[in-house]
Design a protein around this ligand. Structure first.
Ligand SMILES: NC(=O)c1ccc[n+]([C@@H]2O[C@H](COP(=O)([O-])OP(=O)(O)OC[C@H]3O[C@@H](n4cnc5c(N)ncnc54)[C@H](OP(=O)(O)O)[C@@H]3O)[C@@H](O)[C@H]2O)c1
Length: 339
C-alpha cells in the first residue's frame, strides 16, 4: 500500500477502511459528464494508490454499477482474494412511503445486484420526513436483512441526534452516521459527536473540502456567480458559506488556512481535511472524486503526514469565531434535508 499505515482505521471489528474515502456523488451527472469506461479504469488509480474505500448511493447515477464493473475487473486482474482489499459503502434513499419487508428487501437486492456483491459492506439509510415514523420500520427490516447476511453493517446518513437516540433506544444497532462536517459547518460538535462517542457510533463526513471551495483555487478570488459554480457540490457549499458568514469572512479563513498549509508544506484542502480527521468520533472523511475529470490523489495523500498544532487551531478558530451559528440557523445534522 503506498499510503502510510496511519491512513487506515479499524471502522468495525471486522472492517478496516481508508480514512479518506472516495466519494461517488461526483459521477451522478451533476458534476460534469463522466465516461463509464474511463471512470472504471480511473478507479484502479485510486485503489492502487491506497484509496481503497468508496462512498456511494443508490441514486448517484451509475455509481453502484461502477463498483460492480470495478470489482469484476479487479477479480479478473488480481484474483478473487483482491476483492477483500476494497470496501464499498452504499446508501438507500427511499422515496417517502410505507415500509414493508418486501419493499426494503427489494431495494437491498437491487444494490447487491448492481454492485455485484453477496453482502453490502455498509448500508447507510436516509429518511426525508421524521413525521413519518416509517423509518423505524425500515430500519427494523434492514436489521433483519443484516442478520440474514445481506448487509454486513447498518448505518445512517443525515440523521439528527434526537432520531439517532430514538433509533438506539429502539435497539437498532448502527455503526455510523454520515453527516456534513467541515471547518465551515461544525454542527456535529453541538450534540452529535458526543452522542456518537458515547454509543460506539462513528461519523463519516462529507462537505469537508466544500466541493473544492476550501482550496487555493478560490483564495483571493472575487465571489463567484452561481453560473460560475459548475458542480452541484460547489453550489451546495457556497450556500453554506453564505449562511456561515459570507465571502469576505471566507477569504479571511482561506488566507489563514493557506498560511497554516505553507507552514506544513501542505495545501488548504489537506489542512481542511486533517482538521476534521482529528475530530472525536470521525472515522473517515469522504472527498468527492470526479473520475476522469480531475485528480487530487497526490495532494490528498499528504494529509496522512500532516499534524496540526495548537497554534494552527487557534488561528483557524480566530476566524471561525466570527461566523454565524449554523446549528441555530439550520439545526442539527441533516436538518437541511428535513421539513
Ligand atoms: N450523505 C449525503 O447527503 C451526502 C451529501 C453530499 C456528499 N456526500 C458524499 O460525499 C462525497 C463528497 O461530496 P461533496 O459534495 O462533499 O464534495 P467535496 O468532497 O467537498 O468536494 C469534492 C471536490 O473537491 C475538490 N478537491 C478534492 N480534493 C482537493 C484537493 N486536494 N485540492 C483542491 N481541490 C480538491 C475537487 O474539485 P474538482 O474536481 O473541481 O477539482 C473535488 O471534485 C460525495 O461523493 C458523496 O459520497 C454525501
Amino acid at each position: 500500500m503506498p499510503l502510510p499505515d496511519s491512513a487506515y482505521r479499524q471502522f468495525t471489528p471486522d472492517l478496516r477502511l481508508c480514512s479518506l474515502l472516495n466519494g461517488l456523488w461526483q459521477v451522478s451527472g451533476a458534476h460534469g459528464s463522466i465516461q463509464a469506461e474511463t471512470a472504471v479504469q480511473n478507479m484502479f488509480d485510486y485503489h492502487d494508490a491506497g484509496f481503497t474505500t468508496w462512498d456511494l448511493a443508490d441514486h448517484y447515477g451509475p455509481a453502484e454499477d461502477f463498483i460492480g464493473a470495478f470489482r469484476r475487473e479487479l477479480a479478473a486482474r488480481n484474483g478473487a482474494a483482491a476483492l477483500d482489499t476494497m470496501q464499498a459503502f452504499t446508501k438507500w434513499v427511499p422515496r417517502p412511503g410505507r415500509m414493508t419487508r418486501p419493499i426494503v428487501e427489494a431495494a437491498v437486492d437491487v444494490s447487491l445486484r448492481r454492485m455485484d456483491v453477496a453482502t453490502l459492506d455498509l448500508l447507510q439509510f436516509h429518511w426525508w420526513d421524521y413525521r413519518d415514523l416509517g423509518y423505524l420500520d425500515a430500519l427494523t427490516y434492514l436489521a433483519q436483512l443484516r442478520d440474514a447476511g445481506k448487509i454486513r453493517h447498518l448505518a445512517l446518513t443525515n440523521f439528527d441526534t434526537t432520531r439517532l437516540q430514538r433509533i438506539t433506544v429502539q435497539g437498532v444497532r448502527v455503526v455510523s452516521n454520515q453527516v456534513q462536517y467541515s471547518i465551515i459547518d461544525r454542527r456535529p460538535e453541538v450534540t452529535m459527536a458526543a452522542f456518537c462517542q458515547g454509543h460506539g457510533i462513528s461519523l463519516l463526513t462529507y462537505g469537508t473540502v466544500c466541493g473544492g471551495l476550501l482550496s487555493e483555487k478560490y483564495l483571493g478570488q472575487p465571489e463567484p456567480s452561481r453560473a460560475a459554480l459548475d458542480t452541484a457540490s460547489l453550489r451546495k457549499y457556497k450556500n453554506m458559506i453564505d449562511a456561515w458568514g459570507g465571502w469576505t469572512l471566507f477569504q479571511e479563513l482561506l488566507a489563514v488556512l493557506k498560511n497554516v498549509a505553507d507552514k506544513h508544506h501542505a495545501s488548504v484542502a489537506t489542512v481542511a481535511t486533517r482538521y476534521i480527521l482529528d475530530k472525536p468520533a470521525v472515522a473517515g472523511v469522504i472527498v468527492g472524486a470526479r473520475l476522469g475529470l480531475s485528480d487530487h490523489r497526490a495532494d490528498n495523500a499528504r494529509v496522512f503526514n500532516l499534524a496540526l498544532d495548537e497554534d494552527d487551531l487557534r488561528r483557524i478558530h480566530t476566524v471561525t469565531a466570527q461566523a454565524n451559528d449554523l446549528f441555530r440557523i439550520i439545526g442539527d445534522c441533516g436538518d437541511e434535508y428535513h421539513h
